[in-house]
Design a binder for this molecule. Structure first.
Ligand SMILES: [Fe+2]
Length: 288
């Protein structure tokens, strides 16, 4: 089933627990290379396809999926077209963002339907009944770290004002703060003043969803909760000594199942290549 990488923002709402909630899927850091090639000994395209298969199998009631950047290990038409062929297998709409490994110009050539802001940055606002979801572009050209320039800041400020106090959920590739992991803190969002100024005075930002770090990390920053997920190919090692080059690991990949309610955000990482469930009793009580 072919899906469009854009949505008109009109969403269904679920009522499985007598409370209105919305499920979305967060996938990050796919790092696709030329189809058939390996990266860190594994096939990023195979692992993305396995992720999409798991999402389709378990998350058919999700509203949409957000890919939060580093779609490519090095942006090229071959890689972006391979990504499109895989993403089109999703049974839900999907939205795309840039990471530091992506190439904005080549991305725009290959995904002309993905909204950009008035300055050409890959930023968009998705309006839902449970709040506004903002997808930010922190790509800094060839650099590994992120940047948020004056133009992007102006767009964000406008979007935050347009939300008129409704809940806002932000997706951005680079964390705008340290997480205590030296190799990633070195390449976080740089010069965070613009971003911090943009969000200043807005108490309606409920959660920040991040990529870049290739690990499961969660916490709060400025009283805003945040979550970071593993990538779908390789991970960053649990190594707090090395600064550069970034140490990698083969810990398992995951995507995130995100449940949003009026007063709660819940993120469940699903390590979709692991199959270690113990048998469930036949007479187990099940959800109807
Ligand atoms: Fe990455």
């Amino acid at each position: 089933m072919q899906r469009k990488p854009i949505s008109d923002g009109s969403l269904r709402l679920h009522d499985t627990s007598k409370e209105t909630h919305m499920k979305i899927i967060h996938i990050t850091d796919n790092h696709l290379v030329t189809p058939g090639d390996l990266l860190d000994g594994t096939d990023p395209l195979d692992r993305l396809d396995a992720c999409i298969e798991a999402v389709n199998a378990h998350q058919g009631d999700a509203e949409f999926c957000v890919f939060s950047g580093d779609i490519a290990d090095r942006g090229s038409t071959d890689v972006y077209q391979a990504f499109r062929r895989s993403a089109e297998k999703l049974t839900m709409d999907y939205h795309l963002m840039l990471g530091n490994h992506d190439d904005r110009d080549i991305f725009r050539e290959n995904f002309p339907e993905v909204p950009a802001d008035e300055y050409g940055f890959i930023q968009q606002a998705i309006k839902t009944d449970l709040g506004h979801i903002l997808l930010l572009d922190t790509n800094a050209g060839m650099a590994s770290w992120g940047e948020y320039c004056d133009q992007r800041t102006q767009w964000l400020r406008t979007q935050l004002a347009a939300a008129e106090g409704k809940p806002v959920y932000i997706f951005m590739h680079h964390p705008p703060f340290d997480i205590g992991l030296p190799s990633m803190d070195r390449i976080k969002l740089r010069d965070t003043q613009n971003f911090e100024t943009a969000i200043e005075g807005f108490s309606n930002i409920r959660h920040i969803f991040l990529g870049h770090v290739h690990r499961t990390v969660y916490g709060t920053w400025k009283d805003i909760s945040f979550s970071i997920l593993p990538g779908t190919n390789h991970q960053v090692a649990f190594n707090f000594d090395v600064i550069r080059p970034v140490p990698h690991s083969l810990e398992p990949p995951a995507y995130g199942m995100v449940l949003i309610k009026q007063d709660q955000v819940t993120v469940h990482p699903h390590f979709y290549l692991e199959n270690k469930d113990l048998p469930v009793r036949q007479d187990a009580e099940r959800v109807k």
